[in-house]
Ligand binder design. Structure first.
Ligand code: FAD
Ligand code: NAP
Length: 537
């Protein structure tokens, strides 16, 4: 690998997206290199090693579908695979398809500049290396840049601090410690029960309670697996034909108020017993009608009140400020019951906001909480964070950072006007994080590699989204979002979790099948909405 400086494509990131992208491009006979800042493959599942980290979708659905052989040979040991198992899976994929020889680890891409005369990208790394490529694919991840804690005094804390998104490989032993966990998103909800089982005491600092639904995790049901194996291709296609790319959340066929309250309650009970995202599929209008949505939210609120013994704590854990599903539902193992433990306490930051971190612990408006360690489970600079860390310059030296100063703008979440031959996997403007990401990623990687093949077959030099197509798509993304419950939550979908980040609803909520059909139609029409040019300009 050493010494090469010119590629058909450079891919940034060796997670789920980058690995498949490399495989596809190599199958086309193209030369490609992945740059990855980590020491190994896996992306999300490399970095997020916090206790309890696991997938929120049943394992067999959160996996690649492109290779029936891979699908058949890999055996998941749990209904919801844990981080170590997911990391093993992605390492297996890297080995099985001999991907490592084209991956350069421990190397961060620092800039990518488009050379208009050559129609090529010049990519530089933190190792001081410069290479060029016809195409640059950003497989940099939607949730790969941890949100940095900005609490005053944070450097003064005398104990260790950990971010769930950068958990150490060797793990953390909390035995005998008093631990503060700041945040109550999915990462916190998965890790708190595990930390509480080990630590002397856990104090949870909650700014906004979240809706969480039990996973009912365990060994996979052999009958379910046998059924899956027998019907794999059909079930994969069924998943791709649901709004969230997930069979389990397939939309119901009737609207919420078409059924009696009793029937509705029975249906919610049935879905609670299945667990996870099943709840969201109960009725056709749960994500479009606030009144309908409230019935599901109230059902879960009652469940919380039923599980948590202290009614004051229970009430604090009940979400009241956003509709259920307008933030990605959390999928847990014993989260609410953890608050029945003697060694767990909840601090409601609505009553007593954090004023800062002191040498001894966390200081709120009410008092100081002395702890031995702090866990920041405060999320990510989502969807645009990783791209923002790279100096990306398109035509005329235009910086992406400036282009997106008021929020990201893309055509189909795949390309950006003014940035030819630059692709983003699961970028803003695509279903992305609203989906089963395995499905969203495969669709994007296949669309991008087909596009690159089309360009090669016609000896074309550059493809670029037109401003008009991009404007229309951005307007459509916003229009669709406004017909749903999603903009009602102060979520990371809107960039609301990062101070100063423009508030724009980033993913596309029109549903995966609608989106996929649009992408296919665009390609079938010779990449409608894109300007294609030859090298002789
Ligand atoms: P990532 O896995 O994030 O990989 C991107 C890679 O790019 C990283 O390894 C990063 O180091 C590298 N990189 C970024 N910038 C640079 C640079 N400048 N130079 C070099 N390398 C760079 N989705 C689901 O559908 N279901 C789930 O259950 C689920 N659980 C999740 C749990 C957690 C804790 C998190 C954080 C996310 C979860 N997601 C889940 C979303 C998850 O991110 C995707 O499912 C998927 O793993 C994304 O793969 P990716 O390859 O696109 O990005
Ligand atoms: P998150 O959903 O953004 O949650 C971050 C939490 O930290 C929120 O409770 C947030 O409160 C809180 N927080 C942030 N800044 C704070 C501050 N300054 N003071 C106090 N509290 C603060 O992040 P995440 O839990 O890492 O999850 C991100 C996404 O990754 C998920 O939505 C999901 O898509 C994915 N994920 C999935 C799984 C899984 O189950 N497989 C697990 C982890 C992550 P506010 O809500 O008030 O902002």
């Amino acid at each position: 690998m050493a010494g090469e400086t010119s590629f058909d494509a450079v891919i940034v990131g060796a997670g789920f997206s980058g690995l498949y992208m490399l495989h596809r491009l190599r199958q086309q006979g193209l030369t490609a290199r992945i740059y990855e800042s980590a020491t190994g493959v896996g992306g999300t599942w490399y970095w997020n090693r916090y206790p309890g980290a696991r997938v929120d979708i049943e394992s067999q659905e959160y996996s690649y579908s492109f290779s029936p052989e891979l699908d058949a040979e890999w055996k998941w040991s749990e209904r919801y695979a844990s981080q170590p198992e997911l990391l093993s899976y992605l390492n297996h994929v890297a080995d099985r398809f001999d991907l490592r020889r084209d991956i350069q680890f421990e190397t961060r891409v620092t800039s990518a500049h488009f050379d208009e005369t050559a129609n090529r990208w010049t990519i530089t790394t933190d190792a001081g290396e410069t290479v060029t490529a016809r195409y640059c694919v950003m497989a940099t991840g939607c949730l790969s840049v941890p949100n940095e804690p900005a609490f005053p005094g944070k450097e003064s804390f005398k104990g260790p601090t950990w971010h769930t998104g950068r958990w150490p490989k060797e793990g953390v032993d909390f035995t005998g410690q008093k631990v503060a966990v700041i945040g109550t998103g999915s990462s916190a909800i998965q890790s708190i029960p595990q930390i509480a089982a080990q630590a002397d005491h856990v104090t949870v600092f909650q700014r906004t309670p979240n809706f969480s639904i039990p996973a009912h995790n365990g060994p996979p049901n052999p009958e379910v697996l046998a059924d899956w194996a027998a019907n794999r291709a059909r079930y994969r296609e069924e998943a791709r034909n649901t709004g969230f790319g997930l069979r389990m959340a397939a939309e119901g066929e009737v609207a919420t108020f078409d059924v009696s309250e009793e029937a509705r309650r029975a249906e919610y009970e049935r879905r609670w017993a299945i667990g996870g995202f099943a709840m969201l599929g109960a009725y056709t209008d749960l994500i479009s009608d606030l009144t309908a949505n409230k019935t599901a939210g109230e059902f879960v609120a009652d469940k919380i009140r039923g599980i948590v013994k202290d009614p004051v704590v229970a009430e604090k854990l009940v979400p009241k400020t956003f509709p259920i599903g307008s933030k990605r539902i959390c999928v847990d193992t014993g989260y609410y019951a953890t608050f029945n433990r003697e060694n767990v306490s909840l601090v409601d930051l609505g009553d007593e906001p954090i004023e800062g971190i002191t040498p001894a612990g966390v200081k709120t408006a009410a008092r100081e909480y002395a702890v031995d360690a702090i866990v920041y489970a405060i999320g990510f600079d989502a969807m645009t964070g990783a791209l923002g860390k790279i100096d990306i310059r398109g035509r005329g030296g235009q910086a992406l950072k400036e282009e997106w100063a008021a929020g990201p703008r893309t055509y189909l979440g795949l390309m950006i006007a003014g940035f030819p031959n630059l692709f983003i996997v699961t970028g803003p403007g695509s279903p992305s994080v609203l989906c089963n990401m395995a499905v969203a990623i495969e669709q994007h990687v296949e669309w991008i590699s087909d596009c690159i093949q089309y360009m090669g077959q016609r000896q074309l030099g550059a493809i670029e989204a037109t401003e008009t197509a991009q404007d229309e798509w951005v307007a459509h993304v916003n229009e669709v979002a406004d017909t749903t419950i999603y903009p009602h939550a102060n979520s990371w979908y809107l960039g609301a979790n990062v101070p100063g980040k423009p508030r724009v609803f980033m993913p596309y909520i029109g549903g995966f099948p609608v989106y996929r059909d649009k992408c296919n139609e665009v390609a079938a029409k010779g990449y409608e909405g894109f300007a294609l040019s030859s090298d002789a300009r």
